[in-house]
Ligand binder design. Structure first.
Ligand SMILES: C[S@@+](CC[C@H](N)C(=O)[O-])C[C@H]1O[C@@H](n2cnc3c(N)ncnc32)[C@H](O)[C@@H]1O
Length: 194
């Protein structure tokens, strides 16, 4: 469904992704090392980050990675499950995940955030979108396939981020309009490792 997803994504409106990515990039050193989790087929935010730093993208879908490598030849792409992938401690200036954490089982997300904190250098940043429905389950037909979704509430997302020791710099809810499915809310968080 990667092709359908790319067309569907391009038809959406209201995503503040490039504004948040620019905000992040303004806080990072020159040519930062950036890890993107659930990078998909390299949409505009991925291209923007890869043009300004050394980007490593991780995705569980081989087809999305094939597309990402084609669109973004300068970056490194890794086929892996973000809940089990491993990186050296303190190897990134930023970890970014856009519209992907809402596909991670609730039991795994706080553990993943703890790993991310370990992969970040001091003064490194996490930029991520979180689902906020508080639900978990499979939607039978999402762009033609069964799709797993899971989220905490926005208050829970903020709380477990704070518990990891990250300092939350921005925490805002944005409403995007998705083609066919209408309005969807995501919580955007930019947080700094002390
Ligand atoms: C809704 S798409 C968003 C893709 C991209 N970030 C974007 O904004 O277009 C979610 C992506 O997360 C990936 N994904 C889902 N679960 C994953 C996991 N456990 N590990 C790595 N990638 C995962 C999917 O393959 C998909 O490419």
């Amino acid at each position: 469904m990667a092709e359908r997803f790319a067309t569907w994504r391009a038809g959406g409106t209201g995503s503040p992704e490039l504004e948040w990515v620019e905000d992040l990039l303004s806080l990072l050193p020159a040519r930062p090392d950036i890890l993107e989790l659930g990078c998909g087929g390299a949409a505009e935010p991925t291209l923007r980050m890869a043009s300004r730093g050394r980007l490593t993208g991780v995705d569980i879908s081989e087809e999305q990675l094939r597309r990402a490598r084609e669109r973004c030849p300068g970056a490194t792409f890794v086929h892996a499950d973000m809940t089990t992938v491993q990186f050296d401690p303190a190897s990134f200036d930023a970890v970014v995940s856009l519209y992907a954490f809402n596909h991670i089982p609730r039991a795994d997300l706080p553990k993943l955030i703890k790993c991310i904190v370990g992969w970040l250098r001091p003064d490194g940043y996490l930029l991520a979108t979180f689902g906020m429905s508080g639900a978990e389950g499979i939607e039978d037909n999402w762009l033609g396939v069964p799709m797993f979704f899971a989220s905490y509430s926005s208050a829970e997302n903020t709380a477990f981020l704070a518990e990891t020791g990250l300092g939350v710099a921005r925490d805002e809810v944005s409403v995007i309009v998705e083609p066919g499915t209408g309005e969807a809310r995501f919580q955007w968080i930019l947080a700094r490792k002390p």
